[in-house]
Design a protein around this ligand. Structure first.
Ligand code: FAD
Length: 564
């Protein structure tokens, strides 16, 4: 048993087994549950179901987290603004999950202090802010990293000199946490795999397979890499496709068909030097909405918009009006920065899959999750947040218990409440950091302390594997882009251990050069393509095609320049 647990732990550290093996398992086995969609929702449902001993298949038609799940504000938060809409239950649950994730995934979910300035004629009054933050602290039941405190106007300006000062009356500092959304999704998938789930990306579902009495008996899928069609047999199918949850294959099963309201949210990054904030700032927009300016290494992330979206789902992009809105609002609070569209490093836009509530404004529409169950064996899980993914997944499988029972499958309780994520170190994070920096210093002095710390935060206990690649081939210790700690070994690690199959996977979701690096990582693209080609066995034409595909992603993120 101990050996089994150790083997599973090693599997979790190493990541994915070879794709052909996983594809073969999809075709050969009969699964208790097939989860469709590899965003945070599907990944968490697969992990939860596997933790209960169910036989699980998880398929994603693109890359893990390639839908909404890498395009979030990257916060694990209670959602201060939801207090305004009276969603205390959601805030309470989110704060409780925030505390849990900081414990179970300390390398990916890090506490951070936000500054909240209050202005005379803009946003929320200081006394109301204080009241709201007191409620926020109380709902956290003492598990907040620090309690909020009021700050005078002078204190605020000392901490953040770039803030507009004429109308500033004071403010507060409060705690939340940030995460790497794509990696949180990925570690859910890896952990599901170490619990026995078969997880394969680039496998898209085309239709449901049903028996003579219309009961679900599997899904018909296409392997996007070979173009081959295959069938996966399973007793229950979970539709966790986020914004795509109303697709045709769900439409003929009304109980599981959601009515979605898609709310588009845009972020932009600008060089940190152009918007020099020392810590995350939550600030009021002129229309009363709450926006964030969050420093991430060399850039500041500004977000987000919240508008109804009805366009094509596969081409969501920031338009000129979105970018103008964010820059204008930022100028209201950081006037000296004088931000303009030419400062934008990157943009990204995602769709919040919300359940439509007739007559309710988009910003007031509930962020709670919903589980729709059809007796046929199809289940749709939608809504929710990154923050509450674990609870949402457990609820979904609990709700499906009668379906499993009818099919003769016993469902035990979820085991994710206290289960650490694959990269979670066995010792406190501070201790792990010091030990890893010392190890890196003796094993590969060339990488330096900043890169060692970066690897420790990004991969947690999996970092020695990434570092080990530089021992085998010292050239891989080279930085990818000037001004960033990312190194070449991470690309090899992404391809070998993290299922990265394209340049976008490596540059957007395994590393963040797409939105953090000058010119979206242009200086590294050729080298990254060569490293990926080495791992994947691409020919020179395939390598060039991969570069062109990445440049297509870059162009989409810069489309706002053409739409102005
Ligand atoms: P997705 O991530 O979109 O996943 C669905 C997946 O299904 C996709 O990867 C897609 O490729 C796949 N798929 C579709 N069709 C098929 C098919 N036929 N076969 C196989 N696969 C298929 N939450 C927070 O907690 N904190 C935040 O700071 C935060 N900020 C946000 C900011 C913005 C702008 C937005 C839009 C959301 C934010 N959220 C935040 C909410 C959170 O990001 C979403 O709730 C969550 O990512 C939704 O995940 P999902 O898995 O349901 O959808």
């Amino acid at each position: 048993m101990a050996r089994d647990a150790r083997d599973r732990r090693l599997k979790g550290l190493a990541g994915f087994s070879p794709r052909p093996e996983r594809l073969a398992a999809l075709e050969e086995r009969l699964f208790d549950v097939i989860v469709v969609g590899g965003g945070i929702t599907g990944a968490a449902v697969a992990r939860d179901a596997a933790s209960r001993g169910l036989a699980v298949a998880l398929v994603e038609r693109d890359d893990w987290a390639s839908g909404t799940s890498w395009r979030s504000s990257k916060l694990i938060h209670g959602g201060l603004r939801y207090l305004k809409t009276g969603a205390a239950r959601l805030v309470f649950e989110s704060l409780s999950e925030r505390a849990r994730l900081m414990r179970l995934a300390p390398h990916m979910v890090r506490p951070v202090e936000f500054l909240f300035p209050a202005y005379r004629r803009r946003g929320i009054a200081l006394w109301l802010l204080d009241l709201g933050l007191t409620a926020y602290d109380l709902l956290a039941l003492g598990r907040s990293p620090t309690r909020h405190r009021r700050l005078s106007r002078g204190e605020l300006l000392r901490l953040e000199p770039a803030l507009e000062s004429a109308e500033l009356v004071g403010g507060a500092i409060y705690s939340d946490a940030w995460t790497d959304d794509a990696r949180l999704t990925l570690e859910n998938v890896i952990d599901a795999g170490s619990l026995g789930a078969v997880a394969v990306s680039r496998v898209g579902v085309r239709g449901i397979l049903r028996d003579a009495s219309a009961r679900v008996e599997g899904v018909a899928v296409s392997d996007q890499e070979s173009g081959r069609d295959l069938r996966i047999r399973g007793r229950v199918v979970v539709n966790a496709t986020g914004p795509w949850a109303e697709q045709s294959w769900v439409a003929d099963d009304p109980p599981a068909r959601p009515r979605l309201l898609l709310a588009k949210g845009v972020h932009v990054t600008v060089p940190r030097a152009r918007l020099p904030v020392a810590r995350p700032i939550a600030f009021p927009a002129s229309d009363g909405r709450l926006l964030f300016a969050i420093p991430y290494g060399p850039v500041t992330l500004l977000g987000t918009t919240d508008t109804v979206y009805t366009g094509p789902l596969d081409e969501v992009a920031a338009e000129a009006s979105d970018v103008t809105y964010l820059l204008e609002q930022a100028k209201g609070v950081f006037p000296a920065a004088g931000l303009a569209a030419r400062d934008v490093v990157a943009t990204f836009a995602g769709l919040r899959p919300l359940l439509s509530e007739p007559g309710v404004r988009v910003e007031d529409t509930s962020r709670e999750d919903a589980v729709l169950v059809s007796g046929s064996g199809l289940l749709t899980v939608t809504g929710g947040k990154l923050t509450t993914h674990r609870r949402m997944a457990a609820r979904a499988i609990d709700r499906a218990a009668p379906l499993f029972a009818e099919r003769g499958v016993a469902v035990s309780a979820s085991h994710t409440r206290e289960r650490a994520f694959p990269g979670s170190p066995d010792v406190p994070m501070g201790e792990f950091l010091s030990a890893f920096v010392a190890l890196a210093g003796s094993a590969t002095p060339a990488i330096g302390e900043e890169t060692a710390r970066h690897l420790a935060w990004r991969y947690g206990s999996r970092a020695p594997l990434a570092l080990g690649l530089t021992g085998q081939n010292p050239v891989l210790a080279r930085p990818l882009c000037s001004g960033l700690p990312d190194i070449e070994a991470e690309i090899v690690f992404a391809a070998r251990h993290e299922d990265a199959r394209t340049l976008a996977d490596a540059l957007i979701r395994r590393t963040h050069l797409f939105w953090q690096a000058p010119r979206q990582g242009n200086e590294a693209v050729d080298r990254v393509a060569t490293l990926m080609a080495g791992e994947r066995g691409w020919s020179e034409p395939a390598r060039r095609t991969a570069i062109a595909a990445y440049q297509g992603e870059v162009a989409l993120s810069r489309r706002f320049r053409d739409s102005s």
